[in-house]
Design a protein around this ligand. Structure first.
Ligand code: C5P
Length: 241
């Protein structure tokens, strides 16, 4: 297997990751071929992983690409520890867990992640509202401003050794101010200027995410559904510089 490309990152640079949200491995790998050297980092989420399994991660690594395995583990600590270790062994450079799994689970996830795989915690899913959280917890929530929840879970994740958190571009500035360089920020929900929002409600442009301090931006349909994905990628990369 070819070693994944090592991207040299300056502390302030924002690295683009393209989300391979496809139902077929062939379609995902065709997109990788179309983007060529424009992108060295790809996200494999639960859809693609469920249809294509570990081989898709190995195929990306064999092409010299890094892989963000976005499976958002949330289980008992022992299970998550082993799942993260398996992801690291498979060659993932970033793996996600849910911060809501709690302190013991986050620490277990980090414990055997190894030197080449970073653990990122999802705080509150951007699809959830205050009312949704109240329904889950059985309490009442007066505000739909989930900022304190996001901040509290980011604090917990950082204290338990997570490398970073997944956050919306609208939360990135606040988290960067609080944590400085000690916590990396991975921002999905990114759209090129003038692009369709699709089902995302809290979108930012690549340059807005970079200015807010994003360490990584996830580029999904704004690149993969573009008429010319290579041109869209060039535009995104240029706006991160
Ligand atoms: O196509 P789009 O840019 O909306 O895709 C965003 C990607 O980032 C998807 O793979 C989605 O699952 C993921 N994601 C997200 N919002 C989060 C976490 C992950 O959109 N809060």
């Amino acid at each position: 297997m070819t070693a994944p490309a090592v991207t040299v990152e300056s502390p302030n640079s924002t690295v683009p990751i393209v989300a391979l949200d496809f139902w077929m491995a062939d379609a995902a790998l065709s997109m990788v071929d179309v983007l060529g050297s424009r992108c060295d980092f790809y996200k494999v989420g639960s859809e693609l992983f469920t249809v294509a399994g570990p081989p898709i991660v190995r195929q990306l690594s064999a092409r010299g690409k890094r892989v963000f395995l976005d499976l958002k583990f949330h289980d008992i600590p022992n299970t998550v520890e082993k799942a993260v270790a398996a992801a690291a062994e498979l060659g993932a450079s970033i793996v996600t867990i849910h911060a809501l799994g709690g302190e013991k689970m986050i620490r277990a996830a980090v414990r055997n992640s190894g030197p080449d795989c970073e653990v990122f915690a999802v705080t509150i899913l951007t699809s959830l509202t205050g009312a949704d959280l109240a329904a889950v917890r059985g309490g009442s929530v007066v505000s739909d401003d989930l900022t304190p929840e996001v901040m509290r879970l980011a604090e917990l994740s950082a204290a338990c050794g997570a490398s970073g958190v997944v956050c919306s571009g609208l939360e990135a500035g606040m988290l960067r101010d609080r944590f400085g360089a000690s916590l990396k920020l991975l921002v999905p929900g990114v759209r090129l200027p003038g692009d369709e929002r699709g089902d995302q409600s809290r979108v930012v442009t690549p340059s807005e995410a970079a200015r807010a301090g994003a360490s990584y931006v996830v580029l999904g349909r704004t690149v993969t559904s573009a008429t010319d994905p290579a041109a869209a990628m060039d535009q995104a990369v240029a706006s991160l510089a």
